[in-house]
Design a protein. Structure first.
Length: 338
């Protein structure tokens, strides 16, 4: 009798182990097949945050204001900001772009406006539509990659003492197309009024969960891959390429999202809110489309001249490096002369 009971217990144990093995293999197969279907594009009905619903931690209660918990701008008055990169908080020194980049961006913006004014038609690509490279967010349901690239409109940012004047003037000229274009062209040419520690754009494809206007006719909430990456990992690489030469620049930045303006006429209090109003008014007056989007404020940390020109460019770091070398040389020379 005891032997029979022992035999039964052994057989039950084997059955349980077999069941668990089978269950484990089935579960593994489910995930493997599910991932394979997504990777091969065999199934378009993915359950994905941001497609079937927005990721709540990215938004304030109003559903319009991005809640980016990975950037701290409380020390910007000292040109210092903190960012959480790959889960670790680090401090960064905000740098000023050098004269070569200023001439590059300023000159090509003037050329773009010359084209627009002469042809009365839009200009595509070039210096005001660089590529934005980001990484490290929550993957999309239809991709195995967190790395992402997207083209977005990016412009110089007015200095704080000029930003209200420039934004208000744009609103004043919104119905005077020729006069506004002539005025904006002159502003691009005048480098003295721009803050070259910052580049600025707006995320024109992200839609908050409560924003009926930005949804247009689309009933589905949407979070772009760029937005999702920068919420989690705010490093943004901006790649500029001239539309008529081999000159190109790479800016390595920390991107901070600012909420869209409540309207185009109210002057907000903080500099970041003023930047958001400026870039949205720039888009509104240029295209007469009154959608309001979160601003993308790119604080420059490093810059590289990637131009394909022998003797210059070729990946040379340009932000503050050349100036520091000159200063070191001058100090050494002074010591030698005595």
């Amino acid at each position: 009798m005891e032997k029979e009971l022992e035999k039964k217990e052994k057989s039950h144990g084997l059955a349980r182990r077999s069941f668990m093995k089978l269950g484990g293999f089935s579960l593994l197969s489910f995930f493997t097949l599910n991932n394979a279907r997504k990777a091969l594009g065999a199934d378009e009905d993915f359950s994905e945050p941001g497609i079937t619903g927005n990721i709540k931690r990215y938004w304030e209660a109003d559903g319009l204001t991005p809640r980016q918990k990975t950037v701290n701008v409380s020390k910007l008055s000292d040109d210092i900001l903190s960012a959480r990169i790959d889960g670790i908080w680090k401090q960064f020194k905000v740098k000023e772009l050098n004269q070569s980049f200023r001439d590059f961006q300023s000159g090509l913006l003037v050329e773009i406006y010359d084209f627009i004014m002469a042809k009365n038609m839009p200009f595509f690509g070039g210096v005001y539509c660089p590529a934005i490279i980001s990484n490290g967010g929550i993957k999309r349901g239809d991709s195995q990659f967190r790395l992402n690239g997207a083209y977005k409109f990016v412009f110089p940012c007015p200095k704080e003492e000029y930003i209200d004047e420039i934004t208000n003037k744009l609103m004043e000229l919104k119905d005077k197309t020729d006069e506004r274009r002539t005025w904006v062209k002159a502003k691009w040419a005048d480098q003295s009024q721009w803050n070259y520690k910052i580049q600025v754009g707006r995320d024109e494809t992200v839609m908050g969960p409560a924003d009926q206007i930005k949804r247009r006719d689309d009933a589905v909430n949407r979070e772009t891959h760029t937005f999702r990456n920068l919420m989690e990992n705010p490093l943004a690489v901006i790649l500029y390429l001239s539309s008529n030469s081999f000159i190109s620049y790479e800016l390595r930045t920390i991107c901070h999202y600012a909420p869209p303006p409540a309207d185009f006429t109210t002057v907000p209090e903080t500099y970041e809110e003023k930047i958001s109003r400026f870039v949205n008014v720039l888009g509104y007056t240029s295209h007469q489309v009154d959608h309001k989007f979160p601003a993308m404020i790119y604080y420059v940390v490093e810059a590289f001249d990637n131009s394909m020109i022998v003797g210059s460019g070729e990946g040379t770091r340009v932000v503050k490096i050349r100036e520091n070398i000159k200063n070191l040389y001058a100090k050494a020379k002074d010591r030698l002369i005595g």
